[in-house]
Design a protein around this ligand. Structure first.
Ligand code: 5CA
Ligand code: ZN
Length: 407
């Protein structure tokens, strides 16, 4: 499926250091060790509604990884899916009287515009589930051939008993797993399953629901296997970073990792990256709760995308945070201050700013510290001035290339 247009990336002098990033599975900050091309997969949207700031915060995080790796000299093979067939999409289409395909296309279009406006680097491969049904059913067949899957009334389930390292990413107790599985799209109470945690790989056709032919019969893919199959197809096993928002740690990423391990004998990824939830008024911002701040709405209201980006960058990606009315005024003030400083003909030496932004981002994407380094330079430039005529240009490029903020 078509991705979105890429912002221009102006190379910076020298190169950045290796990215160190928190890994959910080990709970440690680890140095990533990509080859010449780094591989990364991020779970994409379910396109039944417009993207909200929580989604944008998650894709901003993957965008920072992308920029840090590129600055360190790597190419990046970045894959993102879009869940263009799933229960919530069908339910919304039914409730609003639109065709599910039209709904998905419309919302994916808005998402592309939002991402391009926010200067989020596009995935190398942006992949829908509908266009991937064959490769998803092939992976389900591979899993069935290992003996790890069984049928319940024509639906195919993965048997959790066959998952050799189940819990390796989430490190949760069985009680916690059962609880989250029930809350997040699982079916722990379905009768005739061998274990309540067994999960759906392939759902046999139901009357009135879309279905595709496959070696497993007519039906549609379960949720987790869509991401395992697309990632395996585009990136192979053992790529560098897999992730999404922290709401996906369990069951989605645990069960997806089990599928890849079962089919290939290898882990799906070396590092598991999870982004803190953005909330509004004390709750996680979520489509089902309806407490949303849409990126597209802010853009329509004329908010500068660079300001939206700056507001998000002021929060560390792992910490959950709340969007409040104070975010935009603070970010607007910062953008104005930075713009005034780079508009000066000269300023203090900017090489330390580049070094500080690089160092902050390379250490677990510490974007608040990166902003503080630029703040300090801008304050000095505006209050005491400076004589380096190349400094404003270097700060402008640093901010553009590493933080994606166009001044
Ligand atoms: N299509 C699936 C992933 S395969 C899905 O979770 N779609 S989603 O539209 O619900 O979310 C898209 C991405 O945004 C996911 O990575 C999810 O973890 C992340 N996300 C959702 N809500 C928030 C939030 N409030 N804060 C931060 N990230 C969020
Ligand atoms: Zn996913």
């Amino acid at each position: 499926m078509r991705s979105w247009s890429a912002p221009d990336i102006v190379p910076l002098p020298g190169s950045g250091g290796p990215l160190r990033i928190h890994d959910t599975a080990t709970g440690r900050i680890r140095t990533t060790t990509p080859g010449s091309t780094a591989g990364m997969y991020a779970c994409g949207i379910t396109p039944y509604d417009a993207a909200h700031l929580g989604h944008a915060f998650t894709y901003l995080t993957f965008d920072l990884v992308n920029r840090v790796w590129r600055d360190a000299g790597h190419d990046v093979n970045y894959v993102q899916n879009t869940t263009d067939i799933d229960d919530p999409l069908l339910e919304r289409a039914e409730a609003t009287g639109v065709d599910w395909r039209d709904l998905a296309h419309r919302e994916i279009d808005v998402f592309r515009e939002d991402m391009a406006a926010l200067s989020i680097l596009p995935p190398t491969s942006y992949v829908g589930v509908v266009e991937s049904v064959d490769l998803i059913s092939e992976l389900a067949v591979r899993i069935r051939e290992t003996g790890a899957a069984y049928e319940v009334d024509g639906d195919l389930y993965f048997s959790v008993e066959a998952a050799s390292k189940f819990g390796e990413i989430s490190n949760l107790s069985r009680e916690e797993m059962l609880d989250l599985f029930g809350q997040r799209g699982g079916d722990p109470t379905r009768a005739d399953k061998k274990d309540p945690l067994d999960w759906l790989l392939w759902r046999a056709e139901r009357p009135g629901e879309p279905a595709w032919d496959s070696p497993l019969g007519r039906g549609r893919p379960g949720w987790h296997i869509e991401c395992s199959a697309i990632a395996l197809d585009r990136l192979g096993p053992s790529f560098d970073i897999n992730g999404g928002g922290s709401d996906l740690i369990f069951p989605h990423h645990e069960m997806g990792a089990a599928e890849t391990r079962c089919a290939t004998g290898q882990p799906n990824a070396h590092n598991h990256l999870h982004v803190g939830m953005v909330g509004l008024n004390g709750e996680k911002m979520s489509k089902s709760l309806g407490n949303l701040v849409f990126v597209s709405k802010l853009r329509q209201e004329g908010v500068d995308p660079a300001v939206i980006r700056l507001a998000m960058l002021d929060h560390h990606y792992r910490a959950p945070w709340e969007w409040t009315d104070a975010e935009l005024p603070a970010a607007t003030e910062r953008a104005e201050r930075w713009r005034a400083a780079v508009a000066l003909g000269a300023g203090p030496d900017a090489a330390p700013v580049l070094a500080a932004v690089r160092a902050a981002l390379a250490e677990d994407l510490d974007s608040p510290s990166a902003l503080a380094a630029v703040d300090a330079w801008a304050t000095t430039a505006l209050t005491r001035g400076g004589t380096d005529t190349s400094a404003p240009g270097l700060v402008r490029t640093t901010v553009d290339t590493l933080l994606g903020v166009v001044l």
